[in-house]
Design a protein around this ligand. Structure first.
Ligand code: HEC
Length: 234
């Protein structure tokens, strides 16, 4: 019974977290909880930030335009977005990989913008690291001499990054009316990149939840059986 109550408590505690949306104050991503899932509105805003800003420098070679239907867009909407992208072969279609930018490392002090498909999985702190990186540009302290084409960023290991500050307030206009502050854009971009690195999170967490419910069920049966057997043998 105690195990059952503990399992029930876990479920009840986790349930409201699973329904919460991504928030800024404090920064919270719905995908972080035990039973977390993605806030699709945030993912759509994050894609807009990627497409408008980050895609000028970063490729995402593991994503196809058809994957946008995972963000809650219809096939027609995803196709419409693809058709606005010009490839050398003509407008992109659902089956095309996200268009890779032509970047020149010499523009960035020798650094190349990494492909962003799995960047969140490759960096400790993942989602939160990307958010912090995008919101932690500062003027370099007087005693720090910056390398050529580098910027001072307190979230970046080594504190000097070759990526110019990519975001500013109103860098995008959100279709859902959300105010496009730098922090909001950063949080949404982080959510989108988290989904890109782990698009099946919703599925895997649902399987986890089912497994927990099954174990709770099994526990009840086991307790009931034990009681019955012991009653009968007395
Ligand atoms: C003008 C080009 C440019 C744009 C636009 C740009 N980046 Fe970058 N980014 C870079 C470069 C160059 C690097 C490599 C930095 C280095 O190695 O010092 C980089 C690195 C990164 C990294 C990796 C940091 C690490 O830990 O290695 C992340 C994360 C990142 N960018 C996120 C973004 C996001 C999100 C956007 C859009 C909001 C964006 N970038 C827009 C050029 C750009």
């Amino acid at each position: 019974m105690r195990l059952f109550l503990a399992a029930l408590a876990v479920l009840l505690l986790a349930a409201p977290a699973a329904r919460a949306e991504d928030t800024l104050n404090p920064p919270h991503w719905q995908s972080e909880g035990v039973f977390g899932s993605y806030d699709k509105a945030a993912l759509q805003r994050g894609f807009l930030v990627y497409q408008t800003v980050c895609a000028a420098c970063h490729s995402m070679n593991e994503l196809h335009y058809r994957d946008l239907t995972d963000l809650g867009l219809s096939t027609a909407q995803a196709a419409a977005i693809a058709s606005t992208v010009k490839l050398s072969t003509g407008p992109a279609t659902l089956d095309d990989i996200f268009k890779a930018p032509a970047v020149n490392a010499s523009a960035f002090g020798g650094a190349l913008p990494p492909d962003m498909s799995t960047l969140v999985a490759a960096r400790p702190g993942g989602t939160r690291y990307v958010y912090n990186l995008l919101t932690s540009y500062q003027n370099a302290p007087a005693d720090v001499t910056l390398l050529p084409s580098h910027y001072y960023n307190t979230a970046y290991p080594g504190l000097q990054i070759a990526m110019p500050p990519p975001l500013k307030d109103n860098a995008v206009t959100y279709a859902d009316g959300t105010k496009a502050t730098t922090a909001q854009e950063a949080a949404d971009a982080a959510a989108f990149l988290t989904w890109a690195a782990n698009p099946d999170l919703d599925d895997s967490k649902e399987i986890g939840l089912r497994a927990v419910l099954f174990l709770v069920f099994l526990t009840i049966i086991a307790i009931a059986t034990k009681r019955k057997i012991w009653r009968e043998s007395l």
